[in-house]
Design a protein around this ligand. Structure first.
Ligand code: PEP
Ligand code: MG
Length: 562
C-alpha cells in the first residue's frame, strides 16, 4: 500500500482490517507524590475530593450504560464504591489530619481494602475494583490522564502498552476503531479477542508507541502490521480503496468450505461470548469450532451458577440453529487468571495448574459446567460437541471423556496443544471422538516461547516446521475414524490453512472475519495441491522458507492472499 506518510511503524498484524482515526492513548496509573503538601484550605480540599469521587462515579455509570450486561454490572457496582459515604468520610478525616488530597484518598481506599480483605470471600475480591476507583480519583486530583480504557469523544485508535483480555472484552466497537499495542504477541488472548471482535489490531509495535501521541491521525493495517503516522489524504484514500477491493474479491466466494475438487473443510467460528455468538451466527460459517467459555467468567468474582450457565449456553446454541457448536470447557490459568479458581501464585503459570489440570483440582467447577451444557443441549437443536483444553496424556483424555459422557454429552474430544499429546495422539485420542489442534499453545510449548512476548514472535510462528510435524503426527495418530480440526490462530491464515488441509485437517476454526480469505484460498486449490503444498512446507528448515515455498506453489489467482 502507498506509504507517503511522514512515518511508517511496523508491528505484528493480528486482526485484519484497515482503520483510520485519531489516537487515544491508554494512560498508565499515577501514584500520589511522596511529598504531597497538606492542603492550605482544608474545606476546599474536602470539596475537591468529594467532586473527584463524584466525577469518577459518574464516568463509570456512563460506561456501564454503554457496556454489555456483565461488564455493566461490574461498572455499576464500582461506581457505587466511589459514592460510598464511609470512603468519603475516611478521606475527609485524613485531610483534616494534614494529608494531601491524593494521599488522603489513597490511604482511605487502602484502609477499606484491608477491611474487605480481612472479611475474605466475595468482598475481598472487590478490592481490585476499589483500587481502580482509587487510581481514577488520584489521577483526577493530580490532573493526570485517567488510567484504563479512556473515554473518547469520537471513534479512535486505542494505543496502549498492553491490554488485559478483560479490558479488550469491554471495548465498545462504536468508540474504538483499532488497537495498537507496544507489547503483546500474535497469539496473546488480547490479539485473539480483537480478531473475534473484528477490531483491526497491531501488537508488538515496540518503541514506536512513542510516536503515537493523543489526537494524531493514524492508519492501521491489522493484516500487514503497518501503522502510518499522519498519513496524507492520498495515502488514506489509497488504503481505503485497497481494503474495499480485497473485500470485493473475497465476496466472490461463499458457502461451505471446500477445495476446488470438492473436498469439504468445515469453516467454523471462534467465539467467547453470547454477543460473539450472535454476530458469528450471522456470518457465512458452518458453526462454532471453539467456544472459549472462560471469557464468560473473566470479569467475574465468583463462578456462575448452573442455571446462569445454562441460560448462556442456550443463548449461544440457539443462535446456531442446527449447526455444530464445539464448546471448550473452562481453560483458566496462565494469561487468563480467574480469581475464584486460582490458588496462589505460580512461578511459571503457562506450565502450571491450568486448563484441564485446574478442572481436576476443582472437579465441581467442571461438573457444573458439563451439567449446564448438557441441560442447554437438551433444549436446543445444535450439534453440541465438548472438548477439554490442555490435555497432555491418554489418562487425562480418558478421565475427561468419562465425565463428559456421564453428564450426557455424547460427542467428546480433546484439544491437542501440548507436544506430548500430538506425539502420542493415537493413545490420547483412543477414548474420544475428535481432536482440535490449538496451534497457539502448541507453538508456545514446542518452541518453548511465551506466547505473550512480542519479542519472541519469530519463534511463536505456527509456520515453524516443527509445529507442522506435530500437526502431521496428530493426524496420523487419529486414524480414519476421528476428525482432526485446528482452532488456533494458524487456521485463519489462508496460506497456512492450505498446509493444514494438505496435512489432513478437516475443519478450520477462526475469528469470523478471517473466514472469507481462507474460503477463497481453499476454493482455488485442489486437495492434491494442498498435500503438495504441505509437503513443501514441511521440507523447509525455517518458518520463512516454509512460507516462501508455499507462495511458490500458489495458484496465480491466490497470490493476492499472500
Ligand atoms: C490454542 O492454544 O491454540 C487455542 C486455540 O486455545 P487458546 O488460544 O484459548 O489457548
Ligand atoms: Mg490453548
Amino acid at each position: 500500500m502507498a506509504t507517503d506518510a511522514s512515518q511508517t511503524l511496523e508491528g505484528i498484524g493480528v486482526s485484519s482490517g484497515v482503520a483510520i482515526g485519531p489516537v487515544v492513548r491508554m494512560a498508565d496509573p499515577v501514584r500520589p507524590p511522596a511529598d504531597e503538601p497538606s492542603p492550605s484550605d482544608v474545606d476546599e480540599a474536602v470539596t475537591r475530593v468529594r467532586d473527584a469521587l463524584d466525577v469518577v462515579a459518574t464516568e463509570l455509570d456512563r460506561r456501564a450504560a454503554l457496556a454489555s450486561s456483565d461488564a455493566a454490572d461490574i461498572l455499576t457496582a464500582t461506581a457505587m464504591m466511589a459514592r460510598d459515604p464511609s470512603l468519603q468520610a475516611s478521606a475527609e478525616r485524613r485531610l483534616r489530619d494534614g494529608s494531601g488530597p491524593a494521599t488522603a484518598v489513597d490511604d482511605a481506599v487502602e484502609e477499606v481494602c484491608a477491611s474487605l480483605e480481612a472479611v475474605g470471600g466475595y468482598l475481598a475480591e472487590r478490592v481490585t475494583d476499589l483500587r481502580d476507583v482509587r487510581d481514577r480519583v488520584v489521577a483526577h486530583l493530580l490532573g493526570a490522564p485517567q488510567p484504563g480504557i479512556p473515554a473518547v469523544d469520537r471513534p479512535s485508535v486505542l494505543v496502549a502498552h498492553d491490554l488485559a483480555p478483560a479490558d479488550t472484552a469491554g471495548l465498545s466497537r462504536d468508540e474504538i476503531l483499532a488497537i495498537v499495542t507496544e507489547a503483546g504477541g500474535p497469539t496473546s488472548h488480547t490479539a485473539i479477542l480483537a480478531a473475534q471482535m473484528g477490531l483491526p489490531a497491531v501488537v508488538g509495535i515496540g518503541a514506536g508507541r512513542a510516536e503515537l501521541a493523543d489526537g494524531v491521525v493514524v492508519a492501521v493495517d491489522g493484516g500487514s502490521g503497518q501503522v502510518l503516522v499522519a498519513p496524507s489524504e492520498a495515502a488514506q484514500a489509497d488504503w481505503r480503496q485497497r481494503a474495499e477491493q480485497r473485500a470485493a474479491r473475497l465476496s466472490a466466494f461463499s458457502g461451505p468450505g471446500r477445495t476446488s475438487d470438492g473436498v469439504p473443510v468445515s469453516l467454523l467460528a471462534n467465539i467467547g461470548t453470547v454477543d460473539d455468538a450472535k454476530a458469528a451466527a450471522e456470518a457465512d460459517v458452518e458453526g462454532v469450532g471453539l467456544f472459549r467459555t472462560e471469557f464468560l467468567y473473566l470479569d467475574r468474582s465468583a463462578a456462575p451458577t448452573i442455571a446462569e450457565q445454562t441460560d448462556t449456553y442456550v443463548a449461544v446454541l440457539q443462535a446456531f440453529g442446527t449447526r455444530r457448536v464445539v464448546v471448550r470447557t473452562l481453560d483458566a490459568g496462565a494469561d487468563k487468571p480467574l480469581p475464584f479458581v486460582q490458588h496462589g501464585e505460580e512461578e511459571n503459570p503457562a506450565l502450571g495448574v491450568r486448563g484441564l489440570r485446574l478442572a481436576r483440582r476443582s472437579t465441581a467447577l467442571l461438573d457444573d459446567q458439563l451439567a449446564a451444557l448438557a441441560a442447554a443441549a437438551q433444549q436446543c437443536e445444535a450439534d453440541v460437541w465438548v472438548m477439554a483444553p490442555m490435555v497432555a496424556t491418554a489418562e487425562e483424555a480418558q478421565w475427561f471423556a468419562a465425565r463428559a459422557r456421564a453428564a450426557g454429552l455424547p460427542k467428546v474430544g480433546v484439544m491437542v496443544e501440548v507436544p506430548a499429546a500430538a506425539l502420542r495422539s493415537g493413545d490420547v485420542l483412543a477414548d474420544v471422538d475428535f481432536a482440535s489442534i490449538g496451534t497457539n499453545d502448541l507453538t508456545q510449548y514446542t518452541l518453548a516461547a511465551d506466547r505473550m512476548l512480542g519479542e519472541l514472535a519469530p519463534l511463536l510462528d505456527a509456520w515453524q516446521p516443527s509445529v507442522l510435524d506435530l500437526v502431521a503426527a496428530t493426524v496420523a495418530g487419529a486414524g480414519d475414524t476421528r476428525s482432526v480440526g485446528v482452532c488456533g490462530e494458524a487456521a485463519g491464515d489462508p496460506l497456512l490453512a492450505l498446509v493444514l488441509v494438505g496435512l489432513g485437517v478437516t475443519s478450520l476454526s477462526m475469528a469470523p472475519t478471517k473466514v472469507p480469505a481462507v474460503r477463497a484460498a481453499l476454493a482455488l486449490h485442489d486437495h492434491a495441491r494442498c498435500a503438495e503444498i504441505a509437503a513443501a512446507a514441511r521440507a523447509a528448515t525455517s518458518a520463512e522458507t516454509a512460507r516462501a515455498a508455499v507462495v511458490e506453489l500458489l495458484a496465480p489467482e491466490a497470490r493476492p492472499l499472500a
